[in-house]
Design a binder for this molecule. Structure first.
Ligand SMILES: [Mg+2]
Length: 392
């Protein structure tokens, strides 16, 4: 089988509501210094859908996210990278040579563009063999995975109420609060959440690099200990370049410390490990450049005695499916997969597939791992045509 064409279709999706309830999409929250994604000045999310055609008539479909605020790329950059630079290098190659292709395209940056290609290759391999992606990358250890939901911020009472609402409505048993700014207020927020949800629910916190100093983050963790929050982990408390600060926080507190913005590549993971800077590595398909590299990051984490977690990235459909395939096939990952995109917007999936991903999740707060060939989802061409945008 040979690749005959790589196509890139940019789409722009409007969405209702807030990606992180409680924190306005466009307005600045005075006591939160951490940066939130997405950053467009209007309520839209951009993606590039990647199609890889073959001489056997099978097409793989992937998704490349475009988010200058988090991933550092615009939809225009992703589109040009896939159409004009990465894609042409694939013509004539066997799509089953996925590891070789990932290596050949492993240029600096463009992680989302490379992820879109990697997902399309895996989708293609699955369709060609009649197997779900999970079966090709390690086997499906879990038929469904528990969901963790993010909370944008707001008053302690609002954040606590949001948790209770989602437990009652969807039976979700894990939440991650967006914090980062005022350690005292942040700890009070987490205390209110813990008091509202009881002892069994997992509570995580993500500062998105929001604490100005490592000592602010240490203070937050110690207050959480004092308040019996039982915080499962604290994600990216300080700037991603501040590896020594991360190491200091990790040494100073019992809470597990996680890198997100600081962990894109396999080499990033190794630097964090060598500096004993983290307990947990956050993996996002758009950061690592696809599942192929994500699996390698999980492997080095395993060797170093660290755990990994699959983070939220506001995926469209193929990316959401890919997260489930990745987590279900990697036994060393923490169980809860972060899915803020659950209630974010209507996807471009066909209705049957969309139902897999739309809230409410099942009665136990879990999402099923898609079982169809490839990524196991099908994009609706009519919806894509509606949301496609013109670039050059
Ligand atoms: Mg994060």
């Amino acid at each position: 089988m040979k690749i005959t064409n790589v196509r890139a279709v940019p789409v722009r999706i409007p969405f209702d509501g807030e990606p992180y309830p409680g924190l306005s999409y466009t307005t600045y929250q005075p006591d939160r210094t951490g940066r939130l994604s997405p950053k467009r000045p209007s309520r839209v999310l951009d993606y590039v859908i990647v199609y890889i055609d073959t001489d056997e008539g099978i097409t793989g479909v992937g998704e490349a996210q475009a988010d200058i605020g988090f991933f550092g790329n615009t939809v225009e950059q992703v589109f040009y990278a896939v159409r004009d630079y990465l894609g042409p290098n694939l013509i004539g190659l066997d799509p089953f040579d996925r590891e070789y292709i990932a290596s050949a395209l492993n240029w600096r940056g463009n992680s989302c563009s490379r992820a879109g290609i990697d997902l399309a290759l895996l989708d293609l391999m699955g369709k060609a063999t009649g197997r779900p992606v999970g079966a090709l990358i390690g086997g499906v250890h879990h038929a469904r995975l528990p969901v963790s939901k993010e909370i944008g911020g707001g008053s302690p009472d609002d954040m606590a109420a949001y948790c209770v609402e989602h437990i009652e409505q969807y039976n979700i048993k894990a939440f991650k609060a967006k914090i980062g700014g005022n350690p005292e207020m942040d700890a009070i927020r987490l205390r209110a959440m813990r008091e509202a949800v009881g002892p069994e629910v997992s509570l995580r916190a993500d500062a998105n690099q929001g604490y100005r100093t490592a000592k602010d983050a240490i203070r937050f963790c110690r207050l959480c200990e004092k308040y019996d929050v039982n915080l499962e982990l604290l994600e990216q408390p300080v700037a991603y370049q501040n590896i020594q600060g991360m190491a200091l926080i990790r040494r100073s507190v019992d809470v597990l410390i996680e890198a997100d913005e600081g962990c894109y590549t396999l080499q990033d993971a190794m630097i964090l490990i060598r500096n004993e800077a983290v307990d947990v590595l956050n993996i996002k398909i758009g950061k690592s450049g696809g599942i192929t590299n994500a699996k390698k990051i999980a492997a080095v984490a395993e060797a170093a005695g660290l755990v990994t977690v699959v983070g939220t990235a506001l995926g469209l459909g193929p990316e959401r499916a890919a997260k489930l395939h990745l987590a279900s096939s990697t036994p060393t990952m923490l169980p809860h997969v972060e899915f803020s995109e659950l209630t974010l917007h209507g996807a471009l999936l066909i209705d049957a597939d969309e139902r897999i991903f739309s809230a409410p999740v099942d009665e136990d707060g879990c999402l099923p791992v898609p079982t169809g060939p490839g990524l196991g989802v099908t994009l609706d061409d009519a919806r894509i045509a509606t949301h496609a945008i013109m670039i050059d």
